[in-house]
Design a protein around this ligand. Structure first.
Ligand code: ATP
Ligand code: SF4
Ligand code: MG
Length: 442
């Protein structure tokens, strides 16, 4: 049995309407039947377009959102059925590292207080003295000095804050860490340091990771197995190397075709599959195969009416496509969409990608805002990434020496002054959010 097994997990958020009486007028099918297994000591990478349900799936494992249907089994125990108090105890074994390191750390608490919180809640350490010693040891493991204890989150760079987020998870000695976009808020130069740290910690402590990312390059580097999500479901799953060598699902093929290849000769010949149409709304997903509205190989009738199951097609691949074998053998050819040479024009079809293409790894195109305002439930807590405040890390990381992992003793209580006046109120607003998140997470 695998350490973590998800079976048919669904998370449907009700869409409410009405001024006096809330009526449920529909659902956002954020996660709609995901089954996957994460082996002990391994890393499962989950990729997909913005809004496809990756974060919701991660949160459902920790029961930070209600599971509509399905089971989440950790080491033989179905978490979906656990009563509140027992689930709270299980949370120690499952920890989450969040995308936005600043937003997930309470700016009013110093690092010792942030890291002690979960330990106190779970009865770790007989007194603060013992907890402090443990925290110091963990800070050392993640490359931060013990004098970080008395400092506040805003005094650290983005990369350092993410190390604090990792330390907060580690002090509870979890079995599984869910990393939700752990490096996407960081500069490219710092991303590799944090990914390497995660790998080193895994080796040393035997950790198991579920890493969520929209950055294919990040997931490839760190994952043993990769799952590709589209509109709330897995469309393909395979060992990392097999998935990159030969993607089998049309959606995965299109994603992979957008990844630049470092070899200039291969890169010159690379062809890009351009998808037509927008990502449909998860409140109103297409019938049949959810990808049929954009699939270049879609076949009349069957693709629009029959939902393909994730099935084993050999070579380690599980694929949710009726025609995976025929597409792989070339028996079926493209009937919509376009294959273009991946020249700069071909690759850079959005201004955002233009700017990043030079040095950043390829990203799954961001198409988050597909749920129209009307469809969004009043209770939606989701703040789009674009709205998140620009934090100081973008400035500070470049200025830091390459050995930025260790904060030197005489380093000035650093980035405080770099947080501009504009950013301060925004950081303060995040207090409530961070409070709520950390309360739930412990
Ligand atoms: N609490 C909520 N209430 C209602 N709808 C929600 C809630 N949380 C997420 N959603 C909706 O569920 C869908 C999936 O969101 P989710 O945050 O899981 O996507 P994601 O793949 O993590 O995207 P991103 O890459 O942008 O982080 C989106 O359409 C989102 O609007
Ligand atoms: S089932 Fe049909 S629409 Fe879906 S991915 Fe396969 S070919 Fe495309
Ligand atoms: Mg997300």
């Amino acid at each position: 049995m695998s350490l973590l097994e998800l079976d048919g997990v669904k998370v449907h958020f009700p869409i409410k309407k009405g001024v006096l009486f809330d009526r449920t007028v529909g659902h956002v099918y954020a996660v709609d039947g995901v089954s996957l297994k994460v082996e002990a000591g391994e890393t499962y990478g989950l990729v997909g377009e913005s809004g496809c349900g990756k974060t919701t799936l991660g949160r459902s494992v920790l029961r930070l959102v209600d599971i509509t249907e399905g089971s989440v089994v950790l080491d033989g125990t179905d978490l979906a059925k656990l009563p509140g108090e027992e689930m709270r105890r299980f949370r120690r074994r499952l920890q989450m590292v969040f995308q936005d390191p600043l937003g997930s750390l309470n700016p009013r608490q110093n690092i010792e207080s942030i890291l002690s919180e979960g330990m106190i809640a779970h009865g770790i350490g007989k007194d603060q003295e013992e907890r402090r010693e443990k925290i110091k040891a963990i800070l050392d493991k993640v490359g931060l000095p013990s004098n970080a204890l008395a400092r506040y989150p805003h005094e650290f760079s983005g990369g350092q804050r993410q190390r604090i987020g990792i330390a907060r998870a580690l002090v509870l000695e979890p079995d599984v860490i869910i990393c939700d976009e752990p490096v996407s808020a960081l500069d490219v130069s710092v991303q590799a340091q944090v990914i390497n740290l995660l790998e080193e910690l895994q080796e040393e402590l035997g950790l198991t990771y579920l890493v969520i990312a929209h950055d294919l390059a990040v997931v490839r580097h760190i994952s043993d197995t990769i799952g590709v999500m589209y509109l709330g479901s897995l469309v393909e799953e395979a060992p990392s190397d097999a998935l990159y060598a030969e993607p089998k699902h049309p959606y995965t093929k299109a994603l992979m075709s957008a990844v630049p290849v470092p070899d200039p000769e291969v890169e010159d010949k690379r062809e890009r599959i351009l998808l037509t149409g927008d990502l449909p709304s998860p409140a109103n997903p297409p019938s049949g195969c959810r990808f049929h509205t954009r699939c270049p190989w879609a076949q009349a009738e069957r693709c629009a009416t029959e939902r393909p199951q994730l099935r084993d097609i050999g070579g380690g691949h599980r694929v949710a496509c009726h025609y995976a074998e025929d597409i792989a053998s070339g028996k079926l050819s493209l009937n919509q969409g376009e294959v273009v040479p991946a020249t700069r024009e071909g690759v850079d079809d959005t201004p955002e990608q233009d700017a990043e293409a030079e040095d950043a790894p390829a990203k799954v195109p961001a198409q988050a805002e597909k749920v129209s305002e009307d469809e969004k439930p009043a209770t939606a807590e989701k703040v789009s990434e674009d709205e998140k405040p620009a934090t100081a890390e973008k400035v500070s990381e470049d200025e830091k020496p390459a050995t930025a992992e260790k904060v030197s003793e005489d380093e000035k209580p650093a980035t405080a002054e770099k947080v501009s006046e504009d950013e301060k109120p925004a950081a303060a607003e995040k207090v409530a959010e961070a409070d709520e998140e950390s309360e739930k997470a412990v």
